[in-house]
Design a protein around this ligand. Sequence first.
Ligand SMILES: [Zn+2]
Length: 249
Amino acid sequence: MIPNTIVIDMTNTELLYLKDSYMKEFDAEVVRSGPRYVILDKTAFYPEGGGQPSDTGILLHKDEDYKVIKVMQRGDQIFHYLNEDIPEGTIVHGKIKWDKRFTYMRLHSGEHLLTGLFEEEGAGPKVFSSFSQLDFKPSNIGDSTIKSVEKKFNKIIDENLPVEIFYQNRNALDVEDDERKQEFLEKIPESVKELRMVKVGSHALTFCMGTHVKSTGDIGKLEELRVETKKKKRKIVYFRLQGIKDSPA
Ligand SMILES: [Zn+2]
């Protein structure tokens, strides 16, 4: 998912999670509604995108709970799919299912950091990544690289370094030696000039519209890091974080 979380902020909805990924509750107005969906003037619900599943939770109105089953960006709108209808003009109080979101924030931020650390080790181009694995090809990652990355990763968790978010002009971005980033960049419409950058300590810098923890201590240490060799010099690195059982793929 780095940086394939291309949920571009071109919506008419104010995306609260971009400014504060720790926001668990918020108030909003229903600006459009249809059969079992609403569009809000602002939202802290993360829509499905780039491999990261959508948030779930509830919208509250006058002591009534409406389940938010799925949130998706369609065109320039963010659709909240519900178990019941809510009329336009209603003021609702949104609550995100936080445990699930925070797990994904930890895994996704961990994925950023691991990507940066493997880059520093000259692991070769990353061709795929998810919440549990990173694929490099061609690559010569061996046990010594794994040990080195694991040690650095856990040290950075102990140091509790900040995860910084800032905006940068796309023309100032150097992606010449990274084909994957070039492809992602090409998918972002030309009208989007400023890219949202994410920097984990001083170790991983990329553009991303996803949700991240505020500092490395919140990621947690590695429970497991191992590598498997596949055909044609493809190396698959599997990772698990402490306290997260059965990492979602
Ligand atoms: Zn990200």
